[in-house]
Write a protein that binds this ligand. Structure first.
Ligand code: ADP
Ligand code: NI
Length: 215
């Protein structure tokens, strides 16, 4: 199958599969990550087909909804790509990218690096910051029934992954615990540039937020 047709078919498959997904990882998230990955790839040496397939398939199945099975994403993506007769090398590479996208899995799996992973990871991180990142954070906080802000509860930068997941801290804390740290984790030059602009927007947002809280 021609690359363009394979990408279009994959986009259709992902959109269908994520029809009922929750707001943080729905098709609109995938679409933004796909768009940003293509943009970043323009200035990097990387295989564009692997970048696009990995961006499209990176959240195809979330271990959170499959009893913590960390392999569910790579397995689902692999089955789909094999059904489309994609080259084994490409399938394997896309699976490795999905496996290593999340912070947690980079501890559990042997180190894997590729320019294509660097690009898709940057594109996913960009979607957690800036105006969209703010919207996603408050959506998540609302879903969890968390306070917007509570000056008595200070951000905690030393939480374990488990404590972090179960924390009921106000959503503003998430900015200090994660979102404001992301710009220094970017891999690519274009990613860094885009992250810087979104970071400054979040800082301006927080200033306005505290001003409106009378601080
Ligand atoms: P990802 O799939 O990007 O690795 P998560 O599943 O952890 O990220 O989070 C999805 C979205 O929800 C992100 O935009 C993230 O910032 C937001 N989010 C995650 N944890 C929190 C939290 N404790 N408070 C507010 N927002 C959160
Ligand atoms: Ni994602």
């Amino acid at each position: 199958m021609e690359n363009n047709n394979l990408i279009a078919a994959t986009a259709g498959f992902v959109r269908d599969t994520l029809k009922n997904a929750e707001g943080g990882h729905d098709w609109s998230h995938i679409h933004r990550v796909w768009t940003n990955a293509k943009l970043i790839a323009q200035t990097e040496k990387a295989d564009p087909l692997v970048v696009e397939l990995a961006a499209l398939l990176h959240d195809i199945a979330d271990s959170k909804f499959h009893n913590g099975d960390e392999e569910i994403g790579p397995t689902t993506a692999g089955k789909y790509l094999n059904s489309m007769n994609v080259d084994a090398g490409i399938v394997e590479h896309v699976q490795q990218i999905i496996r290593h996208m999340s912070f947690k899995s980079s501890f559990d799996n042997p180190a894997f690096h590729s320019p294509e992973l660097a690009i898709v990871q940057d594109a996913d991180r960009l979607d957690a910051i800036g105006a969209i990142g703010i919207a996603r954070a408050f959506t998540y906080g609302g879903f969890k029934g968390r306070e917007l802000y509570n000056p008595q509860i200070k951000p905690n930068l030393n939480m374990s992954k488990e404590e972090y997941k179960n924390s009921s801290a106000p959503t503003i804390n998430h900015f200090y615990e994660k979102l404001l740290l992301l710009k220094d984790k970017m891999n690519t030059e274009t990613g860094k540039k885009l992250a810087q602009q979104r970071h400054e927007f979040m800082e301006a947002y927080l200033q306005q937020f505290y001003m409106e809280c009378g601080q």
